[in-house]
Design a protein around this ligand. Structure first.
Ligand code: PEP
Ligand code: MG
Length: 762
């Protein structure tokens, strides 16, 4: 019996609705349109959407067709309550011929539900996040069949993303103000919500600025091209000098901020060009032959841009942004009455792709926040944003590039949301969050940060910090890090324009060891390649950089660079009471490690012979377990190495063949995948069997719902982003390791993602 319903058509039209969402300004209207469309196609008198309120842990009826309008906002169900609450709890569709006979049925007086006995509820979830429940009802008992359940499930999964956006926004406005009466729609004015991917943490609000685009500031361009302007060549010379001073100031500020970069002239491409007569002379010539000053600058900058853009040398192509930026500064300094502040100060910077050195430049200029089109939470550009403490959202949305520089953006980096021209409700909400944070900084969460960490049943857990820049060390110590579990040594290489030599590296490593005052420190050798290309190094053009010359493969290919780094590390740690560990990324075989170990041995012998180190102790050498091959060989690797470290950011990507930086397939990048969980367990068991110390340093340790599993399988040493430490400590203190072990054993028996999600969400 199909009663004339066309489920296929319904699925398609709802997909269209999903895309319509991105253009609508009214969220309630969007939900209303969903329930109307589903009701119309399924020929049902009642269709409703319940959204899950994470704070109150209850479902709230947010939109309905067929039930009384007063029920919206007032019908609330706890998880597991009623048929609807049970569908979300058990994460399965529930279909009833006669709803009132279901033991979970919950009667609500006055909403007009009693007439509709046939009931179908389908949970709306995204990954591990509960979003809500979609419900349809009909008078005729047994109206819904299996195909309806399948269709409604397909619809709910298609709509999950769009509904989640809606939910986030409604949650926000609900918290800031009482819910608006149903018949009055939220008036968002010209505001717009764009959903992206979280890149770091925090939130920020400011005017838009575009990175690497000459200028979108209408006033600036108009002034530049104004034939009537009375600017002279003297003004140009003055602007040139001001720009030079400005860049030198930025360079100094950057060095203060990032001590590991002291010898690097991050802004040198700008400065060199500025001082180069082949850049400034053509501008002078044009001015002298009668061109307006601004126009002369624009023309020459554009010429340089097109030469750089078409260069075969990738290093030159990367400089296009710098040239544009330079042009922008010159024009700004030519504009009468320009303000003294740097271009990106307090701005939300929108960019396509960013190099780490670009991000450093933007952060030095005190930008409030960043939006980039390419990336993900575990992409290294996001890791750097977290180190620099700059809010970052990843969003590929062409509307962002159509904004004018007068428009305001508010970004919430933790949620991955962008509000364009946010209304007062939104800004008030974030103002109050900011005020609360000022009163209670992250440090205050953990008054016992200095004490040893134990689970509730007294199992000792050690927590270390992942450090990318020296500037993070103080915070890591303050937040209770017992040492450094992962120092990503490539960051000083990445964010600068030139190769740090052995001496410079030595100074950086020594400083890190000194700042940690005898605590454990583990350095990881250079992990470049993949999404971390050195812009100044002649790189191969690889079709699959993550499968290419990356990490230890790069070091083994360029052994001189590797030896320089090892020498610097051995010298920095050589005479210490507690010498640092050195670990190697992307080891794929025992052979890799043996080769690396023998190179370390050679370096050590030479340093000893030259009297550069005196200590005869062997350094502790570790292996990062990041490849499926390393999981398979975990026992053998544990036997040859002094310690192992699980690098789950990569392990997940390589086990699941899901690029960690590609937002389009981020749903395949699932750290809770049963295969990943089993791999983690195998490695932990293998390390234990060999009595080899093991730690974990991937982002997985920041996922609150997976920490019990990790402790349950026996991991005791964790290394994470310093900002994540207070929350991690809180979770550990409340957890019982004995129970976690039993729960982990149960989780390891599950075969599907769905079952794992259901268990983790329960
Ligand atoms: C990892 O892969 O889990 C890791 C910690 O290293 P990175 O994120 O730098 O690749
Ligand atoms: Mg890695």
């Amino acid at each position: 019996m199909k009663k004339g319903r066309d489920n296929v058509e319904l699925v398609c039209s709802v997909a269209e609705l999903g895309s319509l969402f991105t253009q609508t300004h009214s969220l309630d209207q969007f939900l209303d349109r969903v329930v109307d469309t589903v009701a119309r196609h399924m020929r049902v008198p009642v269709c409703s959407i319940y959204l899950y309120d994470d704070d109150k842990q209850e479902l709230v009826l947010r939109s309905t067709r067929g039930l009384s309008p007063e029920s919206v906002g007032s019908v609330r169900l706890r998880i597991g309550e009623g048929i609807t609450g049970t569908a979300l709890k058990e994460l399965r569709p529930i279909r009833e011929c006669r709803a009132s006979t279901n033991p979970n049925f919950k009667f609500f007086a006055g909403i007009g539900e009693e007439k509709y006995e046939a009931f179908l509820a389908v949970p709306i979830v995204r990954g591990l996040r509960k979003i809500g429940v979609l419900v349809v009802q009909h008078r005729a008992c047994g109206y819904f069949d299996e195909t309806d359940a399948t269709a409604l499930r397909a619809i709910s999964s298609q709509l999950a993303g769009a509904i989640e956006n809606t939910k986030l926004f409604l949650d926000l406005t609900d918290k800031a103000a009482p819910p608006a009466p149903k018949d009055k729609e939220h008036d968002l004015g010209t505001s717009l919500l764009i959903k992206g991917i979280p890149g770091s943490r925090g939130f920020a609000c400011g005017q838009v600025a575009f990175y690497g685009i000459l200028s979108r500031e209408e006033g600036l361009l108009a002034a530049a091209q104004d034939g009537e302007s009375d600017l002279t060549i003297g003004d140009f010379e003055r602007a040139l000098q001001e720009t030079e001073k400005e860049l030198e100031t930025l360079q100094a500020a950057m060095e203060r901020q990032a001590l590991d970069l002291q010898a690097s002239l991050i802004f040198n491409a700008h400065l060199l060009m500025l001082k180069d007569p082949s850049f400034s002379n053509p501008i002078r010539e044009r001015i002298e032959s009668g061109h307006p000053v601004g126009a002369a600058v624009l023309e020459v900058v554009s010429q340089f841009v097109s030469v750089f853009k078409s260069s075969a040398n990738p290093r030159l192509r990367e400089k296009v942004q710098d040239v544009n930026d330079l042009g922008h500064r010159l024009l700004r300094n030519l504009t009468p009455g320009h303000d003294e502040v740097h271009d990106y100060r307090r701005r939300i910077v929108v960019a396509g792709q960013l190099l780490p050195s670009d991000m450093l430049k933007i952060s030095t200029q005190k930008a409030a926040g960043l939006i980039i089109a390419e990336g993900s939470f575990t992409a290294h550009i996001s890791i750097l944003a977290r180190s620099l403490d700059i809010p970052l959202v990843v969003a590929k949305d062409s509307r962002l590039f159509q904004l004018s520089e007068r428009e305001i953006l508010l970004i919430d980096a933790g949620q991955g949301t962008i509000y364009v021209n946010p209304d007062k409700t939104v800004t008030d909400h974030y103002d109050s969050l900011a005020a609360a944070r000022r009163q209670r900084p992250a440090q205050a969460f953990d008054s016992g940060a200095g004490s040893e960490l134990h689970t509730a049943d007294q199992v000792r857990i050690r927590v270390f910090a992942n450090i990318n820049l020296i500037s993070e060390i103080a915070l890591a110590r303050e937040l209770g890090a017992e040492g450094i579990g992962l120092y990503r040594s490539e960051f000083p290489f990445l964010v600068r324009n030139d190769f740090p030599q052995e001496e410079e590296q030595y100074r950086i490593y020594k400083k890190i060891i000194e700042e940690m005052e005898g605590r454990d420190v583990v350095f990881r050798t250079l992990d470049v390649g993949g999404d971390k290309m050195l812009s100044y190094f002649p790189t191969v053009n690889e079709a699959n950089p993550f499968l290419g010359l990356r990490a230890i493969r790069f070091s083994l290919q360029y052994k001189e660079i590797f030896r320089q780094q090892l020498n610097a590390l051995l010298r920095a740690g050589g005479d210490r009471e507690n010498p640092p560990g050195i670990m190697f990324p992307m080891i794929s075989s025992v052979d890799d490690f043996l080769q690396v170990r023998s190179i370390v041995g050679e370096c050590r012998e030479k340093l000893l012979a030259a009297g550069k180190i005196r200590d005869s102790r062997q350094p502790r050498l570790g292996i990062m377990i990041e490849l499926p091959a390393a999981v398979e060989l975990a026992g053998e690797l544990a036997r040859v190495a002094d310690f192992l470290c699980l690098g789950t950011n990569d392990l997940v990507q390589y086990m699941l063949a899901a690029d960690r930086t590609n937002p389009d397939i981020s749903h395949y990048y699932a750290p809770h995948h049963p295969a990943v969980l089993r791999a983690l367990h195998r490695v932990t068991a293998a390390a234990r069997a060999e009595d080899t110390p093991l730690s974990i340093c991937g982002e997985i340790a920041n996922q609150a719902n997976l920490v019990p599993f990790l402790i349950g399988i026996g991991i005791r040493d964790f290394s994470l982003d310093p900002h994540g430490i207070p929350h991690f400590r809180e979770i550990v203190r409340e957890l019982r390791a004995e129970q976690a072990e039993k729960d982990a054993a149960r989780l390891l028996r599950l075969a599907t993602l769905r079952e794992v999600e259901k268990t983790l969400l329960a």
